[in-house]
Design a protein around this ligand. Structure first.
Ligand SMILES: *Cc1c(COP(=O)(O)O)cnc(C)c1O
Length: 398
């Protein structure tokens, strides 16, 4: 059993293609087989005893692990510079399993408010039922975060960059607050990916990704991953074994296949996001563009300091404040499809007010900073010039 000795000296494409994979595969296959097996068998009783006594690395039952799952976990750990990674069937399964593994009744969690709305909902509406207190702090208010820490605080959580405002946090400062208070930190870096940001290198304890987005990259599967040190990941693995939020073998195969082009795709997403953001920023009908690669973004300096690229996701508001103007632009584009999500080959466009916050009051939308006329565009892998021309004709409809 030999794998290519991939090291941090290798670039992200070499890591994404080779890390975690055996050099020699069944039947001389170049690519990995899909192990469609619910269970794994033993030759005899002694083999079971050896497995249990010596913790021989092998499979037993697919909820506890599958060979391709281990390969992809090792690949993602290499990309992230982490000791260990754990795959889940969705990003939210990763987030909720993580929180349940780390928190008990009486514990507290503090998070920056520009957080994925379902992560916030899980903390505020569900963990509260188990006696866990959650405190939301305005994103980037480090003093506020520090002041909210009590002896019961166990976790600090942030996204980097955030969605849909693309705010960047000071990752080192965030990690340092956790270290000083003996509280673990987690960054949901779904929007950055390890191509643009490696939070663990700045002292963060855990990184989480919705692998549904850029890591898988094809808008065709859901998956999630959480990464950190072997020691810190152990209780999360133990809980995953009982909660069972694991991926089916075909899903893992698609994720592994998607990862082969991960670095190539990220280069294109970064270049397209920047070009489209600059076009919109200069357009007279556009009021404001939220993209960390623009000097006009409040997070520009932090983004330059921490990010290798700014990704394919951006938001913008129109000069026309009426929500119908934004809807008209969305209904007029011909290339992006209308829908949620990001990070795949196909561009996706949506209006957060309608798609995610339709049932909220204007006051609630104002509290989370969602203007009615905001458009969110997840640039896919189409040529930037084509997307720009398409947006130009859509803005002409106003
Ligand atoms: C999509 C997303 C999630 C949730 O991931 P799923 O795979 O949809 O469960 C969490 N965080 C961020 C930042 C996301 O974009």
């Amino acid at each position: 059993m030999s794998t290519l000795p991939i090291s941090t000296a290798h670039g992200p494409s070499t890591q994404a293609i080779h890390a975690g994979e055996q050099r020699s595969k069944p039947c001389h296959s170049l690519t990995d087989p899909i192990y469609c097996s619910a269970t794994f068998t033993f030759q005899n009783t002694q083999e079971i005893i050896d497995y249990l006594e010596n913790e021989v690395p092998r499979e037993e039952y697919a909820r506890l692990g599958n060979p391709s799952e281990k390969t992809v976990e090792a690949k993602l750990a290499e990309l992230e510079g982490a000791e260990a990674g754990l795959l889940f069937c969705t990003g939210m399964a990763a987030m909720t399993s993580f929180l349940l593994a780390k928190l008990s009744a009486g514990d507290e969690v503090v998070f920056f408010d520009e957080c994925y709305h379902h992560s916030r909902e899980f903390c505020l509406e569900h963990l509260s039922r188990f006696g866990v207190k959650s405190t939301q702090i305005k994103t980037g208010d480090y003093e506020g975060m520090e002041a909210a820490i009590t002896p019961n605080t166990r976790l600090l959580i942030s996204e980097a960059p955030t969605n849909p405002h693309l705010s960047m946090i000071d990752v080192e400062r965030f990690a340092e607050i956790g270290k000083r208070h003996g509280v673990d930190t987690l960054v949901d870096a779904t929007l950055a990916t390890p191509f643009n940001l490696r939070p663990l290198a700045f002292g963060v304890d855990y990184v989480l990704h919705s692998a549904t987005k850029y890591l898988a990259g094809h808008n065709d599967l859901l998956a999630g991953v959480i990464l950190g040190s072997q020691e810190k990941m152990a209780p999360i693995r133990k809980l995953r074994n009982v909660m069972g939020g694991v991926n089916a073998p075909h899903n893992i195969y698609l994720l592994q296949r998607g990862l082969k082009t991960f670095a190539l795709r990220m280069k294109q997403h970064n270049a397209t996001g920047q070009a489209v953001a600059e076009f919109l920023d200069a357009h007279p009908k556009v009021q404001r563009v939220y993209y960390p690669g623009l000097p006009s973004h409040p997070s520009y300096d932090l983004a330059k300091r921490y990010l290798n690229g700014y990704g394919g996701l951006l938001s913008f508001t129109l000069v026309d404040p009426d929500w119908r103007a934004a809807a008209k632009v969305i209904d007029s584009v011909r290339i992006p499809h209308i829908g949620p999500s990001l990070g795949g080959a196909e561009s996706l466009i949506e209006q957060p007010y309608i798609l995610s916050f339709y049932k909220n009051t204007p006051e609630e939308r104002a509290a989370v900073g969602i203007p009615d006329n905001m458009v969110r565009l997840a640039c896919g892998l189409e040529e930037a010039e084509d997307l720009i021309q398409d947006l130009e004709q859509a803005l002409e409809q106003l």
